[in-house]
Design a protein around this ligand. Structure first.
Ligand code: ADP
Ligand code: MG
Length: 150
């Protein structure tokens, strides 16, 4: 499988996609969220985090803090927004290496440069006339197998 594509007509459809993916997430996963401002990266992250925490938790956008941390039942969740990162090496100040033991959800992943792990799921959101498209590209056999199950 090279890629999976979904049409997301509205925010509820984005939420459903995140909730379908949630049961397949494990410690050590990296999901890189691509797409411009307003594409829906934070919306998707909010749904995925809520699904994993199993509770109604407030999930603020990490626009200013660069990272928000959540205690999941099985592993911690790190939600990054690297838009304001000045240099790739600055991710180290965010505890980058340790965050890779939990789930790392990364908005503006290109800002991490070479620090972005190769084994990851790339999720690209794009605005269309009638909602969004989501394109999921698995890197690594393990992600490929799991995407078959969603
Ligand atoms: P980003 O983090 O990519 O900048 P946000 O998630 O903060 O984007 O904002 C996306 C906006 O688009 C929100 O107002 C949200 O309600 C809306 N939105 C999210 N998903 C969809 C969708 N599938 N269809 C239409 N609107 C959506
Ligand atoms: Mg955002």
């Amino acid at each position: 499988m090279d890629a999976l594509e979904f049409h997301l007509a509205d925010e509820a459809a984005t939420d459903r996609l995140a909730r379908r993916l949630a049961p397949h997430i494990r410690a050590g996963d990296v999901i890189a969220l691509h797409g411009g401002l307003g594409a829906g990266k934070t919306t998707f992250s909010r749904s995925l985090i809520s699904a994993l925490l199993g509770a109604r938790t407030e999930v603020p956008s990490p626009t200013y803090t660069l990272v928000q941390t959540y205690d999941g039942p099985d592993f911690p969740i790190f939600h990054f927004d690297l838009y304001r990162l000045e240099e790739p090496d600055d991710v180290m100040e965010l505890g980058w290496d340790e965050t890779m033991d939990g789930l790392a959800l990364i908005e503006w992943p290109a800002k991490a440069g070479d620090h972005l792990p190769a084994w990851r799921l790339d999720l690209t959101l794009e605005q269309t006339a009638d909602g969004r498209t989501a394109r999921l590209v698995p890197h690594g056999e393990d992600w490929q197998t799991r995407l078959h199950g969603i």
